[in-house]
Design a binder for this molecule. Structure first.
Ligand code: XMP
Length: 518
């Protein structure tokens, strides 16, 4: 699918941990932004049609051998450029100034003195707190450049070449610790680069609908695998608006979803949004294949393969299918290193472990969310009218409960886990903590321990509860759940879910642990 007509900002990534944050901060001001690799040429950048270029920070020194390569043609671009930290060093070096390793390395807060309140600093006070993180500094200015702010140590904090519209900051305006960071970026974006605030959910939806119509054509059919999560549901809603009945959304129930989940998902998409969605219950086939399988990686593989077979079978029922829709996100693309949109096809979203599916089926991909961050998908979903339950739902792994039942999977164990998990999750919702948690679930540990209920000794399974906070699932911390809530959950589960007589709470962070147990 064609990339967005940028009209926003291209950011070249020189390796800073904050590069993505720059993109987010720009988008928060309703301006589109994209991250491209450090060595992109001016021609590549022009293809994205930006109104401004930002050179990110990075860990290297501009004179070092290992510094990321860049293409000098970028400086010929007739659009404003903002260099941040390493980006500042690049600009200064290119235009004939000098950078040297500073005796004073500045990390953390500094109060800068602003000398020139035009340009980046319009409307700012005479001094302001900023976030610094650098070892190198400007030691000689390029001709026709002037210093606009200095650090408390007298180091150049910002400089400009007005005639060329080149701006640079030694500090990081994108981090929240920089008090007036938002204003500084906003001056650059709106006053200097004359960007328009058009990156809004409504515009995105309108543009995507037009784009899907164009790509799919007047007769093309699109198959969309829905998982019950936000991404695939938003894709389903967009497709419905764009091509109506020619979009076929399917949910494959592998028997390892949460209690009533498949039906709930169908209901919310069909009733509220009129999505053409079909539920296929293949749970018997899946469970038959998983019989006596204990190894989690084997479980994943079996489910992944069966998923493809079920999917192919379903596709055949619908006759000629031309496209496969995927809820690939921007983070999936930049994480794979495939900044280039043409690479995105290699990243197959693993919500159903459907890797290889398009290859086998020779379908073209439709990926309407590939420019979006997760929180933007939620905003689009809200605008499209998706229910709160879908929008706020915690992530759920493709293999589902299969990786949350340790050891072999039986119908009885699935029943126990579904019941226990339902109690757990509803209490989190009742207590108003569900949204503070990134992901919460229960794990069935089929190890029997002793208990007493009334006059009877019990000998039942153990249940593990997991709740973590996280930004993206890469790292996570265990959620500090209150005693009161923990005890309510434990009491209710042991008293109402037959098959469980003991509950434990997982207090392992990631790393060294993982979020799932298997
Ligand atoms: P871990 O356990 O690796 O989990 O810390 C990180 C995130 O990934 C999810 N996860 C999976 N998702 N198929 C998926 O679609 C899988 O096989 C799988 N394993 C883990 C997990 O739920 C968490 O959100």
């Amino acid at each position: 699918m064609e990339s967005h007509h940028n009209q926003g900002v291209v950011i070249l990534d020189f390796g800073s941990q904050y590069t993505r944050l720059i993109a987010r901060r720009i988008r928060e001001q309703n301006i589109y932004s994209e991250i491209l690799p450090a060595n992109s040429s001016s021609d590549e950048i022009k293809k994205h049609n930006p109104k401004a270029l930002i050179l990110s920070g990075g860990p290297s020194s501009v004179y070092s051998e290992s510094a990321p390569k860049h293409d000098k043609s970028i400086f010929e671009l007739d659009i404003p450029i903002l260099g941040i930290c390493y980006g500042l060093h690049l600009l200064v070096q290119h235009y004939g100034g000098k950078i040297e390793t500073s005796d004073i390395q500045e990390y953390g807060f500094d109060e800068i003195k602003i000398n020139d309140k035009s340009g980046l600093f319009e409307g700012l006070p005479n001094s302001t707190k900023v976030w610094m993180s650098h070892a190198d500094k400007v030691s000689s200015l390029p001709k026709k450049w002037k210093i606009t702010a200095e650090s408390s140590n007298g180091i150049v904090a910002s400089l400009v070449c007005e005639t060329k519209k080149r701006y640079a900051t030694q500090f990081h305006p994108e981090v929240v610790h920089t008090e007036k960071g938002k204003e500084i970026l906003s001056n650059f974006l709106f006053k200097i680069a004359k960007c328009d605030a058009t990156w809004t959910p409504k515009n995105f939806i309108d543009e995507k609908i037009e784009e899907i119509k164009k790509v799919v054509g007047n007769t093309g059919k699109v198959l969309n695998a829905v998982s019950g999560g936000v991404d695939s549901s938003v894709v389903a809603a967009l497709l419905e608006k764009a091509i109506g009945e020619r979009a076929i959304s399917v949910i494959i129930d592998h028997g390892l979803l949460r209690k009533n989940e498949a039906q709930d998902c169908v209901d919310s998409l069909k009733k509220h949004l009129g999505v053409n969605i079909h539920l296929f219950n293949d749970s018997e086939i899946f469970l038959e294949q998983l019989k006596d399988v204990k190894d989690p990686e084997k479980k994943r593989k079996i489910i992944g393969e069966q998923f493809i077979r079920s999917f192919e079978k379903i596709a055949e029922e619908y006759g000629q299918i031309d496209f496969l829709a995927q809820g690939t996100l921007y983070t999936d693309i930049i994480e794979s290193g495939g900044h280039d949109s043409t690479n995105s096809a290699k990243v197959i979203k693993s919500h159903h472990n459907v890797g290889g599916l398009p290859d086998i089926m020779k379908l073209k991909l439709v990926e309407p969310l590939k420019e979006l961050f997760k929180d933007e998908v939620r905003k689009i979903g809200t605008e499209l009218g998706l229910s709160d339950t879908i929008l706020r739902r915690h992530p759920f792994p493709g293999p589902g409960l299969a990786v949350r039942i340790l050891g072999s999977i039986t119908p009885e164990r699935i029943r126990i886990l579904q019941d226990a998990d339902e109690v757990y999750i509803s209490i989190l919702q009742e207590e108003g903590v569900y949204d503070e948690i990134w992901q919460a679930f229960s794990v069935l540990i089929p190890v029997k321990t002793v208990g007493v209920m009334g006059d009877n000794r019990t000998y039942e399974n153990l249940l593990g509860l997991r709740a973590v906070t996280s930004l993206d699932g890469m790292t996570a911390d265990w959620y500090r759940m209150s005693d009161k809530i923990l005890s309510k959950i434990s009491n209710k589960i042991v008293n109402s879910v037959s098959g469980i007589n003991r509950v434990v709470y997982d207090i392992t962070s990631k790393p060294p642990g993982t979020i799932e147990w298997e």
